[in-house]
Design a protein around this ligand. Structure first.
Ligand code: FAD
Ligand code: SF4
Ligand code: SF4
Length: 487
């Protein structure tokens, strides 16, 4: 589980980035100017009011301690699994009782000073002390375990849960309560990335309700899962919006998704860190798929988790398929696949799915753009186009890598180029002085081409797809003619 939790960006607004300054101000400057602690009363009032309508929204969006953990301390955190002990409701209740007793005691003692000049200083100091305690204890847990360990038993979090419960009971949260929402569960890759980036270490993808929402009361509505979902199917939405999203989401390309039991027929080395895995279907024995679609490969059963891979084989007889996988440095799923999958193993798949890279063959001209491991879907796509001479009349594949030795399937594409005058193959290398062909990035080649009347299909690492989109935006090429997936 070492590489399970991912250090993904959790800070999306200036408030979340800099709110921790307030914590440090109250906790440390408050030692000399205790009246700063009085401002905490306003914070408590705000969070209790907000949570009445929106659950723990405050924790994920405004909390100054949350900002300290996620923005200031995250980079130094071990970011490991939070022990069940800290997550248990019993511990949270006991801690709330202890905290309330301490604060209550402090307030009773201060009340004796009512009317004296000392009163406000002493009252402020009660909160300064509690902020200092949270900063030290919460900060230490953030560094030693995971940034939001404290938030699992935070007394302010408990108060918000109580206020939210009241709001729900009175029926006032229906329109205001935004929860994590999946557009359609069939489109979820079951990859668990939402869980791996979640500061509260929840498992949103395993907890979708029939209304396609996550009801977990500990969700702090921080949107980290939304930002990191590779399928782009998550939003933070109200129940009404969830229904609208479901109604207007097309599941084209996902209708045939099914569970498939297979055996590993072969594993081929294509490069130092790239292997081609071929699976033979067992149950069902026949599965049809289209060039450009992807499949989910199960990497573990508990909790169930898959990885998405473009299908790199051309569908000859619907009895098997291949995927081509690059081992990511410290990659959780690719490590499991490379280290444990053997020929003859029984492996579970889900799919086929996806439509973004299924080429519109009524088109005269098609451009295919691949970067690095993003080449995989184009092996089947190019074979399909070459074998269908009556459709697309002109198609070009631009395939970019950093160094020449990173090319895979180059011989396959060169063979197709010889077979069909309709197909042009342009390999391009970014950083390799020995390379005598096209040099630079795929965008450099694209800029030299006449793209008129083309449809463009692209797959590659996100920085490449983003750079290409930016470059195409500067030309007249219309976004509606661009289809892409980030691998
Ligand atoms: C539609 C689709 C098609 C795809 N097709 C292919 C394909 O054909 N071939 C292929 O190889 N891949 C493909 N992918 C990508 C694939 O699904 C996986 O995302 C990929 O294999 C990495 O998974 P992983 O679990 O090994 O890596 P992860 O553990 O998810 O890591 C991903 C990256 O994050 C980094 N990382 C992980 N943990 C941390 C941490 N704690 N701190 C900082 N950084 C960290 C890793 O170094 C790595 O670079 C596709 C993805 C999609 C969505
Ligand atoms: S489920 Fe999503 S929004 Fe909720 S706490 Fe986890 S990452 Fe944040
Ligand atoms: S696709 Fe992955 S990250 Fe997105 S909801 Fe599904 S399991 Fe979570």
């Amino acid at each position: 589980m070492e590489n399970f939790y991912i250090r993904a960006n959790r800070v999306f607004t200036p408030i979340r980035k800099y709110a921790f300054v307030y914590t440090l101000l109250v906790a440390f400057a408050g030692l000399w100017y205790p009246r700063l602690g009085l401002s905490v009363l306003l914070v408590i009032l705000s969070l209790v009011t907000l949570s009445f309508f929106k659950g723990r929204y405050w924790c994920g969006n405004f909390c100054a301690h949350g900002s300290l953990f996620d923005s200031a301390l995250f980079r130094w955190s071990r970011n490991i699994k939070i022990p069940e002990f800290f997550r248990s409701p019993i511990f949270a209740w006991l801690f709330l009782a202890y905290f309330s007793y301490n604060i209550g005691n402090g307030l009773i003692r201060v009340s004796a000073l009512w009317g004296t000049p000392m009163f406000y200083d002493r009252l402020g100091f009660v909160f300064v002390r509690s902020y200092l305690m949270v900063t030290i204890v919460g900060g230490s847990l953030a560094l030693l375990i995971s940034p939001r360990t404290w938030c699992n038993f935070c007394p302010m979090g408990m108060m918000q849960k109580g206020s939210y419960w009241l709001g729900k009971t009175l029926g006032v949260v229906k329109k205001t309560d935004e929860k994590i929402t999946v557009a359609n569960q069939d489109m979820c890759h079951t990859c668990g990335k939402c869980s791996r980036v979640c500061p509260m270490q929840l498992t949103p993808y395993l907890d979708f309700s029939d209304e396609n929402q996550v009801d977990d009361i500990n969700c702090i509505r921080c949107s980290t899962c939304v930002e990191n979902c590779p399928a782009g199917v998550l939003t933070l939405s109200s129940a009404v919006e969830a229904k609208e999203i479901y109604d207007k989401t097309s599941i084209e390309g996902y209708e045939e998704r099914k569970h498939i039991i297979t055996t590993v027929a072969s594993i081929k080395d294509l490069n130092v860190d790239v292997k081609e895995f071929t699976f033979t279907f067992k149950i069902p024995e026949i599965v049809s798929y289209k060039p450009g679609q992807f499949i989910l490969v199960r990497i573990q059963e508990h909790p169930e988790m898959y990885r998405a891979f473009s299908i790199s084989s051309y569908n000859k007889n619907s009895q098997s398929l291949s995927v081509t996988i690059k081992r990511m440095p410290n990659g959780y799923g690719s490590d499991i696949i490379f280290d444990t999958f053997k020929e003859g193993d029984v492996i579970h798949l889900e799919g086929p799915m996806g439509h973004e890279l299924v080429v519109d063959k009524t088109q005269e001209k098609v451009l295919l753009v691949a970067g690095g491991i993003g080449i995989t879907p184009f092996v089947a796509i190019v074979e399909d186009l070459v074998k269908d001479p009556h459709q697309v009349q002109e198609f070009t594949l631009i395939y970019g890598v950093n160094k020449e030795q990173e090319f895979i399937y180059r011989d396959v594409f060169e063979k197709f180029e010889h077979m069909s005058p309709r197909f042009k193959f342009v390999p391009v290398v970014a950083f390799d002085d020995q390379w005598t062909g096209e040099k630079g990035f795929v965008t450099d080649v694209l800029n030299q081409l006449n793209l008129d009347d083309s449809k463009l299909y692209m797959c590659g690492p996100k920085p490449m797809t983003d750079a290409t989109l930016r470059s195409l935006d500067k030309s007249d090429f219309k976004r509606e003619n661009i289809y892409y997936e980030s691998a």
